[in-house]
Design a protein around this ligand. Structure first.
Ligand SMILES: Nc1nc2c([nH]c(=O)n2[C@@H]2O[C@H](COP(=O)(O)OP(=O)(O)OP(=O)(O)O)[C@@H](O)[C@H]2O)c(=O)[nH]1
Ligand SMILES: [Mg+2]
Length: 312
C-alpha cells in the first residue's frame, strides 16, 4: 500500500449544533466540493498540532478543546489520504474564510445536501451519529418496553435499536410501530433489528442487521435515505458491512459481558486494530459504560452501544 498523505480535519460544532463547512477553491484538487476545514500534517506534527495550526490559518480561530472523531483512509485515483478528523468542542474567535474560501454553518441534517469528496461519506455519518447507541434489553410487555424507552429518551438517548428476538414477527412489528412516536418526538432515530423488508411497513429510520443477516447480502438491502447498521465481530464481517455500503457498525464483544458469557472478548487492542482498518463509524459493544467513552474515542470508536446503562 502506498504511504497515505496525512490530513487533519475539524468538525467544528457551534452551540446551535451546526457544523462549519468550507468550499474548496477553484484550481486545487477537488475544486468546488465542500470539505471540513483542515490540511496536511507538517513533518513532526501530531494530528492535533496540525489541526490547531490549519484551523488557525484557514479560519482565524483558536481550537481550545477537541477530541478524536474518526480516522478514514481513502484512495483516490491520484493519491491515498488518511484523514484524522477531530470534533472541536471549544474554540476562541469568530471563524472567517482567511484564504478566500466560502464557509457556512450547516445543520447536521442538511449535510446530505452538500457534495463532499468521496472520502467524507463515513465522516459525515460520524458527525451525524451520537456517542451512544441504545440497544433494548429484556422487558415484560409493551407498556414496560415503552416506559423504559421513554426513560432512556428523557436521559438524552438519540439512537435506539429495537432488539427483541423473543417476539414473533407480528408482535415485533406492533412494538416497532409503538416506538416510532416517542422516538420522533425526542428527535431520536429508530433502528429495527429485523429483516430490511419491514421498512415497507414501519417507517423507522433504518435497519440493524445481525451478523447472520449481514452475511446474506451482496448489496445494500435498504434505500439510501434510510440508515443501515450491522453487528460485526471480526475483520471479515467489517469488510462485508463496507461492501454492502452499511453506514455504521457495532463491534463486539469488546469486554466480557454477562449477556454473552461464552463469547471471547476482543479486548481494547483488537478493538483499536479493527476500528483503524474500518472505514465506517464503529460503536464499541460488550461490557461498556459511559466512563469508557474517552478511551473509545482515543481508539478510533464512534462511541458505545449497549443496554444496561439506560434500560435497567
Ligand atoms: N481539509 C480537508 N481535506 C480533505 C477532506 N476530504 C478529503 O478527501 N480531503 C483531501 O485531503 C487532502 C489535503 O487537504 P488540503 O488540500 O486541505 O491540504 P492543505 O490545507 O494542507 O492544502 P495546501 O497544501 O494547499 O496548503 C486533499 O487532497 C483533499 O482532497 C476534508 O473534508 N477536508
Ligand atoms: Mg486545507
Amino acid at each position: 500500500m502506498p504511504q497515505p498523505m496525512l490530513v487533519a480535519a475539524a468538525a467544528i460544532i457551534n452551540d446551535k449544533g451546526q457544523v462549519l463547512i468550507a468550499r474548496r477553491p477553484a484550481g486545487v484538487d477537488q475544486a468546488g466540493l465542500w470539505e471540513l476545514p483542515g490540511g496536511k500534517l507538517a513533518p513532526y506534527e501530531t494530528g492535533f498540532q496540525a489541526l490547531k495550526r490549519e484551523i488557525g490559518e484557514e479560519l482565524g480561530i483558536e481550537v481550545l478543546k477537541a477530541r478524536p472523531l474518526i480516522r478514514v483512509r481513502h484512495s483516490y485515483s491520484n493519491k491515498t489520504v488518511l484523514l484524522d478528523v477531530w470534533k472541536v468542542l471549544e474554540f476562541a474567535g469568530e471563524p472567517w474564510g482567511r484564504e478566500g474560501q466560502p464557509i457556512r454553518w450547516v445543520a447536521v441534517d442538511d449535510l446530505v445536501n452538500y457534495t463532499f469528496p468521496a472520502a467524507n461519506k463515513p465522516i459525515i455519518k460520524a458527525v451525524e451519529l451520537p456517542e451512544e447507541y441504545l440497544i433494548t434489553g429484556a422487558f415484560k410487555d409493551t407498556q414496560d418496553a415503552l416506559n423504559r424507552l421513554n426513560k432512556a429518551l428523557e436521559q438524552g438517548v438519540k439512537l435506539v435499536q429495537l432488539r427483541a428476538h423473543q417476539l414473533n414477527a407480528e408482535s415485533y412489528r406492533e412494538l416497532a410501530q409503538a416506538f416510532l412516536g416517542p422516538c420522533q418526538s425526542a428527535g431520536a432515530k429508530l433502528m429495527l433489528n429485523a429483516a430490511p423488508e419491514l421498512l415497507n411497513q414501519v417507517d423507522a429510520d433504518g435497519i440493524h442487521l445481525t451478523a447472520a443477516r449481514l452475511a446474506q447480502y451482496d448489496q445494500r438491502p435498504v434505500p439510501v435515505d434510510k440508515w443501515l447498521a450491522a453487528s460485526c465481530h471480526d475483520a471479515e464481517s467489517i469488510t462485508q458491512a463496507e461492501n454492502i455500503r452499511a453506514d455504521f457498525i457495532t463491534l463486539s464483544p469488546v469486554l466480557k459481558t454477562p449477556s454473552h458469557p461464552k463469547a471471547q472478548a476482543l479486548g481494547w487492542h483488537d478493538f483499536n486494530n479493527l476500528t483503524d482498518n474500518s472505514k465506517l463509524p464503529v460503536y464499541a459493544l460488550g461490557g461498556m459504560d459511559k466512563k469508557q467513552l474517552d478511551r473509545i474515542f482515543g481508539l478510533g470508536g464512534q462511541g458505545l452501544a449497549g443496554i444496561t446503562q439506560y434500560w435497567s
